[in-house]
Structure formats: structure tokens, C-alpha cells
Design a protein around this ligand. Sequence first.
Ligand code: SAM
Length: 249
Amino acid sequence: MRPIYDSEHGQVWHGDCIEFISRGPRLGEVIVTDPPWGHGKEIAARRGGRLREYKINYYLPETWNEVPEWEYFYAMRRYKFVCFGGNYLIDMLTGRELCVNNRKKFDELGTIGDVRKFHSENPSHWIIWDKDRPESVKFSSYELAFTNFPFESKMYKYRWNGAYQEEPRHDRKEEKFHPAQKPVGLLAGIIRDIFPYCEVVIDPFAGSGSTGLAAIRTGRRFILIEKDEYYAYCSKYRIEEHLRQGRLF
Ligand SMILES: C[S@@+](CC[C@H](N)C(=O)[O-])C[C@H]1O[C@@H](n2cnc3c(N)ncnc32)[C@H](O)[C@@H]1O
């Protein structure tokens, strides 16, 4: 494997991440990532009408949403990490220790109010992203990320609702390249708060490269690995565009 992008800011690799993360962490490296959770098709199938057709067409031709095997999470657990979708992947992320306690509770969470309660009752390991969406919006109103080290859980309120995005000071909203794209500002806040001393942020399931942009924004180097060629080149494009325009995210 060779990087398709390589500069003083970081690298983008197109390929399977297992080889890379199996080498284990080097000094100053952490993982901030968002692996496939395998829920896209299921969610699409539950929705009706035009939205259903749209979602199915959007997700089905692609393989981006297949949940990785255990070996990937086993390798990842050697690093300090923040992992989105932690509630869906909890057994693999923890080697099952937390599974019995938490899986059932997560399944019962319904609203952002429930999540706040869960947060206060389980005050370590969790990051809650409140998407600041009106109750009427059908998409999920929050997401949970898991850290593999004890940490005073934190809630981030960051609007992510179609045209309504946080950070109105930007001249234009973040363009959408990936169905599971994360906001750069949210990831930058997480990197700053949770890994104040890290030097290199690795995202082994990089998608369209939002973590790379967040690393640049926080003055860290990045290593992005993405197995889908189209999304790997999206990452490269977003990073080059960002640096070309000299925009300070
Ligand atoms: C949920 S998406 C990440 C989206 C990303 N957070 C963003 O903002 O664009 C997960 C990505 O992991 C990629 N992926 C899945 N298995 C992989 C593997 N073994 N190695 C590298 N990338 C992989 C998928 O192609 C998909 O694009």
C-alpha cells in the first residue's frame, strides 16, 4: 500500500486498514474514528415513501457499511481511541466486558432526554453528540462515541440538520461527500478536549476524511485509511481543497 496523499500535514491511504493498525501505536498517536455500524439498510427499510427510495438508492450500491470483523477492533484496542457508533459496537470495542451492562440499556434509549439520564448514570467512557434537531425530524437526534479509557463523559451540542449546520460564521456549509459524514468542528472539539497532547490522529475508517480536516484545524498530523477508492479520493480532494483555499475551519 502506498499513500495517495502525503504532505507535512499527513497522509491518506487507500486500502484495508488492518495492516496499518496491527503495527500498534507509536508515540503521540491516537485513533478518532467512525467505523461502519451496519445500520444503514435497516434504517432505510424502516422508513417509508420517497425518503425510503432515496435512502435505499443511496446506500445499497455501496459496501461502505459492512461491519468490520473482530480482528480490526482487537488491533484498534491497542491505541487510545474515540469511536463513534460505540453503542452498536460495544462488545467488540471492549472485548465484551461492558456488553452485558450496557447493550440492553442502550437499546432502551429513545430521546435526547434519555441519553442525558444515561450519561449522568454512566459517567465515564462516553461522548454524546446532540445534533440539535427538532423532535419532528425523523433522523436520529444524537450519536454516542466510546473512549477506551475512563474519561469524564461529555456532551457536545453541534447542529447537523441538512442546511442547518453549526458555525454560521462560515461562508458556506460543509459539503456532503459521505452518507455518514461527521462535522469537522465536532471532531476538532473532541480532539482538542480529549487528546490535548496527541500529535498524530489516525482514522482507519476515514470515509470522506473529516478527521483529517479536524486534525489540521487542531494543529495535529493525520493518517487516514479508507478501503473504498471513491471515498479515499474524496478525502484527498477535501484536504487539498482546504489547504488550497487556505480556509481556517
Ligand atoms: C461510517 S464511514 C466513515 C465516515 C467518516 N466519518 C466521514 O466523516 O466521512 C466508515 C468508512 O469505513 C470504510 N471502511 C470499512 N472497512 C474498512 C477497512 N477495513 N479499512 C479501511 N476502511 C474501511 C468504509 O468504506 C466507510 O467509508
